[in-house]
Design a protein around this ligand. Sequence first.
Ligand SMILES: N[C@@H](CCC(=O)N[C@@H](CS)C(=O)NCC(=O)O)C(=O)O
Length: 225
Amino acid sequence: MYILYGGDFTRAPLVQWVLEEGKVRYELRKIDILNGEHRSAEFLAINPAGLVPVLITPEGEALYEVAALMLCLAERHQLTELAPAVTDPDWGLFLSTVFHIAADIQSEMKRFHYPHRFSLRRDDDAGVQDLAKSTVLSRLKIMNTRLALRGPYVLGPRFSLADFYLSFWIAYLDRQMVCEQLPSIARLYELVRSRPSATPYIEETERAADAYAAMMKKHPGGVIA
Ligand SMILES: N[C@@H](CCC(=O)N[C@@H](CS)C(=O)NCC(=O)O)C(=O)O
């Protein structure tokens, strides 16, 4: 059986959704990142980088990096309806989108939520956030243009976990802004959100995003040290 270390305000639901989609047995262990549990000796023994999520495989290996966890599960359990096979002509575009979200979208979301880690001067925090916001927007605009030409999903007519991955992060953005400035992404988001297996995850992510935004208002420099 797999063990997934996740918890509130983490990206672990992305992995949990893949596990559920694949009807793969797992146990969820919650880590309270708001109270620093990810820096406890117990958790650092599992992931020395102190980051969530972590997936322990049935063989006992501790894996991290959310995109890798999703891809690894899809491959190990042959979830070809979530991820095209290596031999599939869609594989290249699929992989390139997943890597783009992991490397270029998530990283800016992190910069937005943890501005204090990206400058030594607290006066810079708002500027770091503004830059992160505008970088995310310009990257998403490029994706929006591609979806307008070849949508509604990342792989055109075919849903994949790349759409769920993108939607998870879209849930953290201002919904009106997404509708107005990223209409093709807004369409993809609504399609993903209306999938019965995705609906509870996206709704929960929207609630988490709203709650996190409220906490950020009180602690503009970052909720987690
Ligand atoms: N690149 C990692 C980043 C993981 C990450 O930053 N997770 C957040 C929760 S979503 C976390 O552990 N935050 C605690 C911290 O940065 O101190 C991934 O994509 O899995």
